[in-house]
Design a protein around this ligand. Structure first.
Ligand SMILES: *Cc1c(COP(=O)(O)O)cnc(C)c1O
Length: 355
């Protein structure tokens, strides 16, 4: 057998277990499919594509549409196959052997995963017990380790909490580190770091079509940031990595802002519905700025509660075995009916566990 790189050999990779259930609230996707108009327009657009030819390498039209959405220059946009690939390209270009990336834990596991694969040393700073960050502590941790790349996630997955823009700005005053703010759930948040990316030469913001745009299956994400950094990412990625169909689909999706806005409204109402349900059931949870909510099972019962929900055909993310998240589960906001099913299953499961 060929042997894998020693530093990866015992490494299982990233997993999000799927179970066959009726109500799937475990991966933070949109509960709604893309609109029928988008699908039929995409079908028509596909008829016009010259698929025998390589795609437009830098996705000119899609970049222009994204630039227009965010009121930035097209040269300030890098595009990839999902924001996970954006993260990967960033660490290929700015991480690697001899370099360090910093994360604030708990946070999105992909940063650590990509650091590992790119041989970037990972420096994990702990959040406080409420999952917040304190300015003095962050600056101290930065001075101690001098990372080359710093990952913020706002709102943070899996806690659902916004990052503090003042902490990001304070770090950005140091010219050396590249600071990424992952805004996969940015539409739900109370602030966006896109303005910071315009102000600082070392701040970039990643976004995705996988959540409120209802297009997780499309694999499309992008980064907004200073031209020089963006040019370096285009130079680092593989040629023709954004296929023609995806480029066309992205442009069409962006022409349907209303559909996205409607999904957003539905999810915000659903989030309120679930948080009210938690209040009624006296469940501990973290008030979310996102489309998912982190909550805590009775002490020592995280796995049992997760299983009891699965037994009722409701799947949420089991974080209870993750470091710092003992007994925590994470539920994605679904449709009204799915949220009802979840709350009913939760109520029954808790009654069972508490008795
Ligand atoms: C879901 C999610 C993403 C999205 O990744 P894609 O590759 O764009 O699907 C990125 N960051 C965070 C924090 C997420 O939770």
């Amino acid at each position: 057998m060929p042997s894998m790189r020693d530093d990866l050999a015992l490494f299982g990779g990233y997993h999000s277990p799927q179970v066959d259930v009726e109500v799937r609230l475990n991966t933070n996707e949109s509960p709604l499919p893309p609109s029928p108009e988008l699908i039929s327009e995409l079908q028509a657009a596909m008829g016009q594509l010259a698929l025998n030819r390589y795609p437009d390498r830098t996705a000119t039209r899609l970049r222009a549409s994204l630039a227009n959405l965010h009121q930035v220059d097209p040269e300030e946009i890098y595009i990839a196959n999902g924001s996970n690939e954006v993260i990967s390209t960033i660490l290929l270009a700015y991480g690697g052997p001899g370099r360090k990336a910093m994360t604030f834990e708990p946070t999105y596991a992909m940063y650590a995963q990509v650091a590992k694969v790119t041989s970037t040393e990972l420096v994990e700073m702990e959040r406080d017990s409420d999952f917040g960050l304190e300015m003095g502590q962050v600056l101290k941790a930065y001075s101690r380790s001098r990372p080359d790349v710093i990952f913020f996630c706002s709102p943070n997955n899996p806690t659902g909490l916004d990052e503090d823009p003042e902490i990001i700005s304070a770090l950005a005053e140091n010219p050396n580190p590249l600071i990424i703010i992952d805004e996969a759930y940015g539409q739900f948040a109370s602030f966006s770091a896109v303005d910071l990316a315009a102000k600082y030469p070392n701040v970039v913001v990643s976004k995705t079509f996988s959540k409120v745009w209802s297009l997780a299956g499309l694999r499309l994400g992008y980064l907004i940031g200073p031209k020089e950094i963006i040019a370096n990412l285009w130079a680092t990625c593989l040629p023709y990595h954004i296929d023609s169909i995806k480029q066309a689909a992205g442009v069409l999706a962006l022409s349907k802002l209303d559909a996205m806005q409607n999904t957003l409204d539905l999810i915000l109402i659903g989030r309120q519905q679930i948080e009210s349900g938690f209040d009624a059931l006296e469940v501990t949870y973290w008030k979310s700025s996102s489309n998912f909510i982190l909550f805590r099972a009775p002490k020592g019962k995280g796995d049992e509660l997760w299983q009891a929900l699965v037994d009722r055909s409701v799947l949420v993310r089991n974080c209870s075995g993750w470091p710092r998240l003992t007994d925590c589960l994470r539920v994605t906001v679904g449709t009204r009916e799915e949220n009802d099913r979840f709350l009913k299953a939760l109520s029954q499961a808790l009654a069972e566990l508490r008795s």
